[in-house]
Design a protein around this ligand. Structure first.
Ligand SMILES: *[C@@H]1O[C@H](CO)[C@@H](O)[C@H](O)[C@H]1NC(C)=O
Ligand SMILES: *[C@@H]1O[C@H](CO)[C@@H](O)[C@H](O)[C@H]1NC(C)=O
Ligand SMILES: *[C@@H]1O[C@H](CO)[C@@H](O)[C@H](O)[C@H]1NC(C)=O
Ligand SMILES: *[C@@H]1O[C@H](CO)[C@@H](O)[C@H](O)[C@H]1NC(C)=O
Length: 442
């Protein structure tokens, strides 16, 4: 017991004296007090004068704290040189660094769609990371907040294709439908006689016409949804109406490259102009003029028969002309759209795309107000069916829609979106056409 007491007593003494030593030690590191001390006393570097002792800390609080700008300051036991002594008198630049960010303290790093550079304002202040401030397509906090949780009926996902891209790039290169002109909006929707109550609760073109429906396309970084959706709707309807005899994948590139009047290729296009091009000029198939996501030159003759374009003979031997269609017609409301799909296949729709849509990962999409970015654009897609789902909020009606962002986006390339309330204007501007299949086939 006695031995323990004694050693405890000694340890306390040692600790106390260490504490006293430390707390009374002179301030020997001024490196956090940047400023121009020696620079203003150029003569000091090689001499020693009274004027070379510079008050450094607020003298009203700690009287007599000085730093030195002469060549003795780093010869004494304690280094009491002014902070700019080495850089100014010796030109020795201390390796000044930024705060650690992504494990780096100097140089350049990339954070999603923004680049940061470790940069100093002047030679006396520590450098800092200066970052770009773009809005990125993928916003991690939105993904965490949505993530299928109430009240959201869909989940959000990170896509490596979109990671590192700005929202401006997304809206500029991933959509591509120019707003319809006023006269098109005035187009009167067609009227058909049918019983709205007789329509099925669920419908999927892919189940009704397996193998006739186009696969999911990837428009890549080319704002060509206007061309991709037009070619796909026309292809689906050719296969359906001909009962598979004229199953064809029509070329979207044909539109991008050759339908240039009043259209902007990979910068977007109008749907009414696209349909009129298909009506008067027709399209060739994908194999004949493959998609390459650029504004490449029109290398096929604009008009003429299929073989004039250098295409191989089609599956259906009697086809001589390019694939043309009837004038496009507009569908006016939810049930008219549904009826049309059951009769003749997928239709083309235009949606207003907001920031959150890019991150859609599954579920029934409804635009949220989580991101207050005003960048938005129009995009055209293909409605292939519809359905209903029971949710905590009751029965939720939806459209099943094919997007053109590849098969890994959304629900295998498709998305579902709220139906019956014109979500993102999806029911405002829906178009369809009749394909000109050989009479013998239809
Ligand atoms: C002060 O320190 C610097 C860097 O360690 C050294 O280069 C310089 O020679 C020293 N000055 C004197 C006077 O010893
Ligand atoms: C970045 O932009 C947002 C809005 O666009 C703004 O609120 C924020 O202050 C900006 N930040 C910087 C560091 O410029
Ligand atoms: C998103 O995906 C990219 C690439 O796959 C990855 O580098 C990034 O860390 C991911 N971001 C988030 C927030 O998960
Ligand atoms: C859509 O319009 C048709 C007439 O063309 C009408 O019979 C039908 O009830 C309407 N449907 C809806 C959902 O308003």
């Amino acid at each position: 017991m006695m031995g323990w007491d004694k050693s405890f007593y000694i340890s306390c003494l040692v600790l106390l004296s260490v504490f006293l030593l430390v707390s009374t030690a002179p301030h020997d590191d001024f490196s956090d007090l940047r400023g121009s001390y020696c620079r203003e006393r150029k003569w000091c570097c090689n001499g020693r004068e009274d004027s070379c002792a510079v008050p450094i800390l607020d003298s009203s609080k700690i009287s007599g704290t000085l730093c030195y700008c002469d060549n003795f300051c780093n010869n004494t036991r304690v280094n009491d040189c002014c902070p700019d002594y080495l850089p100014f008198c010796f030109g020795v630049e201390e390796a000044r660094k930024c705060h650690e960010r992504q494990g780096k303290v100097t140089g350049r790093i990339v954070e999603n769609c923004n680049e940061c550079i470790c940069k100093g304002v002047d030679e006396f202040t520590d450098p800092e990371w200066i970052c770009e401030n773009h809005t990125c397509i993928i916003d991690s906090s939105t993904i965490q907040r949505i993530d299928g949780q109430y009240p959201y009926s869909w989940s959000a996902r990170n896509y490596s294709e979109f990671w590192g891209k700005t929202l401006k790039e997304g809206v500029g290169r991933r959509l591509g439908t120019l707003p319809p002109q006023r006269f098109v909006l005035k187009m009167t929707p067609v009227r058909r006689a049918y019983d709205p109550n007789a329509l099925p609760k669920e419908f999927d073109s892919e189940e009704k016409w397996p193998t006739f429906i186009s696969g999911i396309q990837d428009q890549k970084w080319c704002a060509s949804s206007w061309a991709v959706s037009t070619a796909a709707v026309a292809s689906d309807r050719y296969a359906i109406l001909s009962k598979g005899r004229e199953k064809v994948q029509l070329s979207a590139q044909n539109l991008i490259s050759c339908n240039t009047k009043g259209q902007e290729g990979c910068e977007g296009g109008h749907l009414d102009r696209a349909w009129s091009f298909v009506r008067y000029n027709g399209l060739v198939d994908e194999e004949c003029f493959p998609y390459d996501a650029t504004d490449k030159k029109c290398t096929i003759r604009k008009k003429g028969r299929l073989l004039d374009a250098g295409c191989s003979p089609p599956l259906y031997k009697d086809r001589k002309n390019r694939y043309t269609v009837s004038p496009a017609y507009r569908l006016g409301n939810e049930t008219d759209i549904m009826y049309e799909i059951t009769r003749s296949g997928p239709v083309q729709a235009t949606i207003k795309v907001y920031h959150d849509f890019f991150m859609y990962g599954g579920g029934i999409y409804k635009h949220t107000n989580l991101l207050r970015t005003d960048k938005k654009g129009y995009h055209s897609v293909r409605i292939v069916g519809w359905g209903e789902e029971n949710t905590p909020e009751g029965v939720q009606k939806y459209w099943k829609v094919a997007n053109s962002w590849g098969p890994y986006w959304g629900e295998n390339g498709y998305f579902r979106i709220s139906r019956g309330n014109n979500e993102c204007e999806i029911e405002s501007f829906v178009l369809a056409i009749w394909p000109h299949v050989d009479r013998k086939l239809s």
